[in-house]
Write a protein that binds this ligand. Structure first.
Ligand code: HEC
Length: 175
């Protein structure tokens, strides 16, 4: 490509970007770094990323009644949306019932999921203590922890989910 053609092409693409920017509908506003930081989180299976705070199932029962019961039903079943308890041992049956207790491999994912997605209509309303408490409650109604076990960043990664060992890697290491 001649030097002239190179500059001509480069100039054209800069013009195109300027035109695109001009044609933007100008909706919304720039996200501030604080707002971004409030959403930029992830909890890994080993607990990395878990925040400070703690809660028990007893405390979580109150959170559950207020924020979750309407959709997920009494003790996590019989509601209008997904069952969160029960189904244990059904994964190898002809009609597996996937719930937090019967299917999910990591307890830390419960915290991460609820923090980012629940309650459905207003995720983000729960404090970290309430999130630990309601996580403890979901684990309690699945017979995974006791009612008064304190769930926090240290204890949650140590909770072993019933279906944990039934997950296998789809690919051999290194492939
Ligand atoms: C307005 C109804 C509503 C409320 C209130 C609500 N949820 Fe949910 N929840 C849903 C729906 C719908 C889904 C399925 C979402 C999907 O599949 O994408 C769901 C999914 C879930 C799941 C994943 C279930 C699975 O096995 O895939 C968990 C865990 C959960 N909710 C916990 C909670 C907790 C804890 C609260 C209270 C803090 C709560 N939800 C409040 C409607 C609700």
């Amino acid at each position: 490509m001649s030097t002239f053609r190179f500059f001509a092409v480069a100039g054209l693409s800069l013009c195109s970007i300027a035109v695109i920017a001009q044609e933007s509908p100008g909706l919304g506003e720039l996200v501030s770094s604080d707002e971004l930081a409030a959403l930029d989180y992830a909890v890994l299976p080993n607990g990395d990323g878990l925040p400070a705070g703690s809660g028990t199932a007893v405390e979580g029962s109150t959170v559950y009644q207020q924020y979750c019961f309407a959709c997920h039903g009494d003790k996590g079943s019989g509601g209008i949306n997904d069952a969160l308890s029960g189904g244990h041992g059904s994964m190898t049956s002809k009609s597996p019932v996937k719930t937090v207790g019967s299917f999910w491999p990591y307890a830390t994912t419960v915290f991460d999921y609820v923090r980012r997605a629940m309650p459905l209509s207003s995720p983000g309303v729960l404090t970290n203590d309430q999130l630990y408490a309601v996580t403890a409650y979901l684990l309690f109604i699945n017979d995974v922890v006791d009612e008064n076990d304190v769930i926090d960043a240290k204890s949650l990664p140590d909770v072993k989910m019933p279906n944990r060992d039934n997950f296998v890697w789809g690919y051999a290491p290194g492939t």
